[in-house]
Design a protein around this ligand. Structure first.
Ligand code: ADP
Ligand code: MG
Length: 479
């Protein structure tokens, strides 16, 4: 089994350059009507925004009451707040999306952190193969990381590792849990109902790798902790990457289903909010969402995630474009063979198209003609593509805002100075995602929310955060 580090690409963040659908020269009345219908279908009106937020709050209460609800509201066993003075050296292993990462984290105190990391691509066959091969691959990556960075472990000692495993897990201790279901394209056999920590520790032990899995961490919880290390008012961690999810600090007295013992009066809850509205009661699902869901590896699950997250936005856009092409309303009905295949329209293209402020939509043209091999495109084609991208992107941002607003309302945190740490490439690179979310919060609470609440890019939630979780586990003796 080989583990190959991959280089990461950095794309600078830009702002959204919106097209006014009223200035587009439509090629026909039919095209104009089709666009209007799409705009209506994809717009989250203020009324719908409030209704989704209300429904989301009800879902939170249900999940806090008992297990097995749509939003799992997982008790993370993470207690205790951070103040940035914590010190120590840890490893983090981040699994749960596009890449696997190994990170070494050195906390120097004073809110300062040094990290070194290597990313490895997880082959598709490993994601859907047998669980043992997948966990062996993880152990191999950690082993090669230790070699690469010449991290030597003396005698019988072991390095403590925080394992960020970002799938729905029913946590039973800070370093134990069972997988509820796979998401985000993973479906390795024989894992549901099992403990990922046991699988990972076993893979380390078999290879005599001197690492102890000290904490099982959801990336949302890690994001909250990582942000809290530098922003002590942090009350929420959100992921907007391959998938979407959030964690927040809850009063133990509000967690009706909690039967355990804890000396603390607060605990971090991993909400698993990507699963929201499995019942399809409130989210405005379109035929394009339904098509995506039906063809996914987890149909009928993670309904909200499939409308928000980076893994899916490009595919929703592709579905809309195909529909317009098939109705001969785009590219004169011609398709590039590239676009015939699922997942070929990457969410990263949407960021480029959103930021395209050239009169001829030059960047959009480059994606369509150079990357996706359309022989030629007209300005009208490019404008239509851009509007579709904007609709899909804006809907995702507003749904994210509705979820965040619901948590702020539930906790009352919008009334006081509060920080929210957000991690994930979608939030980091998608133009204006942050301002769209802030606009949504203002819509929910008025201008006071803008003064009190700050959202910011969290510093490596799943690396630094996992290390901080391993540290808290040791500190509170729960590991
Ligand atoms: P993960 O969630 O797996 O930890 P990331 O946070 O990097 O990883 O998120 C990866 C997701 O972000 C992918 O689904 C990808 O489509 C999306 N993504 C990557 N680059 C961009 C970009 N420039 N703009 C928008 N989305 C992006
Ligand atoms: Mg991540």
């Amino acid at each position: 089994m080989s583990s190959t580090p991959i280089a990461s690409k950095i794309i600078p963040k830009a702002t959204r350059a919106k097209i006014d659908p009223n200035v587009v020269q439509y090629t026909s009345e039919k095209q104009k009507l089709a666009l209007q219908a799409l705009i209506e279908e994809f717009t989250i009106t203020p009324e719908l925004f409030q209704a989704i937020k209300r429904n989301f709050m009800e879902g939170m209460l249900k999940g806090l009451k008992k297990d097995g609800e749509t939003m799992a509201m997982v008790t993370s066993y993470v207690i205790g707040r951070l103040d940035g003075s914590e010190t120590g050296s840890y490893l983090a292993l981040d699994v749960g999306g596009t890449n696997l990462r190994v990170v070494s984290v050195h906390l120097t105190g004073g809110g300062e952190i040094n990290t070194r990391q290597t990313k490895y691509r997880i082959d598709e066959h490993l994601k859907v193969g047998d669980a043992k091969s997948l966990f062996d691959f993880m152990a191999v990556c950690v082993d090669s990381f230790l070699d690469e960075h010449q991290i030597v472990v003396r005698g019988d000692s072991q390095i403590e590792l925080g394992f960020t495993f970002s799938f729905p897990v029913l946590q039973t201790a800070i370093n134990r849990g069972t997988l509820i279901s796979w998401t985000k394209g993973f479906n390795a056999a024989g894992m549901v109902g099992k403990d990922p920590v046991a699988f990972l520790q076993d893979a380390f032990n078999r290879r005599h790798i001197p690492v102890r899995v000290a904490a099982l961490v959801n990336d949302t919880v890690g994001t909250l902790l990582a942000h809290a290390y530098t922003h002590p008012n942090t009350i929420m961690g959100v992921i907007l990457g391959t998938g979407c999810n959030g964690a927040y600090i809850e009063k133990v007295s509000n967690i009706e289903k909690w039967k355990g013992k804890t000396p603390a009066d607060e605990m971090i809850i991993n909400m698993e909010f990507g699963a929201f509205d499995k019942e399809r009661q409130i989210l405005p699902l379109t035929m394009f969402d339904n098509k995506l869901d039906r063809k996914s590896v987890n149909p009928n699950k993670q309904i909200l995630e499939k409308m928000i997250a980076g893994m899916y936005l490009g595919e929703i856009t592709r579905n809309v474009l195909l529909n317009l092409i098939d109705r001969r309303l785009l590219f004169e009905g011609h398709i590039s063979p590239d676009l015939n295949h699922m997942w070929t329209f990457e969410t990263a293209y949407m960021s480029t198209i959103e930021a395209d402020n050239t009169p001829t939509l030059h960047a959009t043209r480059k994606i369509l003609e150079s990357t996706l091999s359309f022989p030629q495109t007209t300005l009208n084609d490019r404008q239509i593509v851009k509007i579709v991208v904007e609709l899909v992107g804006m809907r995702a941002a507003r749904l994210s805002a509705a979820a965040i607003a619901a948590i702020l309302d539930h906790t009352g945190a919008w009334k006081v100075k509060s920080d929210i740490g957000i991690d994930g490439s979608l939030f980091e690179y998608y133009p204006s995602f942050d301002t769209d979310i802030m606009d949504g919060l203002e819509e929910a609470f008025g201008p006071e929310a803008r003064k009190n609440v700050s959202i910011g890019l969290a510093q490596d939630g799943s690396g630094v955060g996992a290390a901080l979780c391993a540290l808290l586990a040791a500190k509170h003796g729960t590991a």
